[in-house]
Design a protein around this ligand. Structure first.
Ligand SMILES: *[C@@H]1O[C@H](CO)[C@@H](O)[C@H](O)[C@H]1NC(C)=O
Ligand SMILES: *[C@@H]1O[C@H](CO)[C@@H](O)[C@H](O)[C@H]1NC(C)=O
Length: 193
């Protein structure tokens, strides 16, 4: 049995649907393959600024290096120009390698300067600890390793760091000139939701 809806109710429904149709179109703005989304519905409320301090271990010597050269410097360049090292460097909470590991710095750095030592860093900080497990931030920038403080941009992130942006400051904590092993302190400042 079909029950008839009263004409008044029917009109109200029609008005309601017309309004919702327009409302959706105003907010969403359909463009065929692209559409504007409501940030709030996406869980993006207030942007947060997080700071974390990590120690980055560049282990180039020994039996289990975490940093390995994959190309040689061009023409034995004294500044290393042309060399690329792939890294899977531990990131720890304290300066000692034995302190808690919270993630790995994965990527590479390359010697990009023909005058003095200037690196191009391109790496993801892949976090493995607790709620950050699986989240990453991506750092791409220039590093003059002999400067006291090196600033590099955080160009993005994933997981908890979606829409991430910011910068890091790197400071050499320890360097062994004979083995070339280094520990670098990273202070990361990241805006994210
Ligand atoms: C390497 O050095 C040789 C000899 O000095 C020179 O002819 C050549 O152009 C250099 N190659 C590069 C890529 O700089
Ligand atoms: C992090 O996530 C991976 C993959 O989902 C999982 O295998 C691992 O046990 C997790 N580690 C921690 C410390 O929760």
């Amino acid at each position: 049995m079909v029950r008839l809806i009263s004409p008044i109710l029917a009109t109200q429904f029609t008005i309601f649907f017309i309004f919702s149709f327009f409302a959706i179109n105003l907010v969403v703005g359909d463009d065929g393959f692209a559409r504007t989304m409501d940030k709030k519905l996406f869980g993006m409320k207030k942007e947060k600024l997080s700071h974390f301090r990590l120690y980055w271990h560049d282990i180039v010597s020994g039996r289990n290096p975490s940093s390995v050269a994959v190309t040689a410097p061009v023409n034995n360049s004294l500044t290393g120009f042309g060399m690329i090292r792939m890294i899977d460097n531990p990131l720890t909470m304290g300066p000692e390698l034995s302190s808690k590991m919270v993630g790995k710095a994965q990527g590479f750095y390359s010697f990009a300067s023909q005058e003095g030592i200037g690196l191009l860093m391109a790496m993801n900080f892949a976090f493995m600890d607790e709620k950050y497990n699986g989240s990453t931030i991506t750092i791409v920038g220039r590093e003059l390793v002999f400067s006291e403080v090196r600033e590099m941009p955080v160009v993005g992130g994933s997981g908890l760091f979606r829409f991430g942006r910011g910068y890091v400051q790197a400071r050499t904590h320890w360097f062994d000139p004979s083995t070339k092993d280094a520990i670098v302190r990273y202070d990361c400042y990241v805006l994210h939701y």
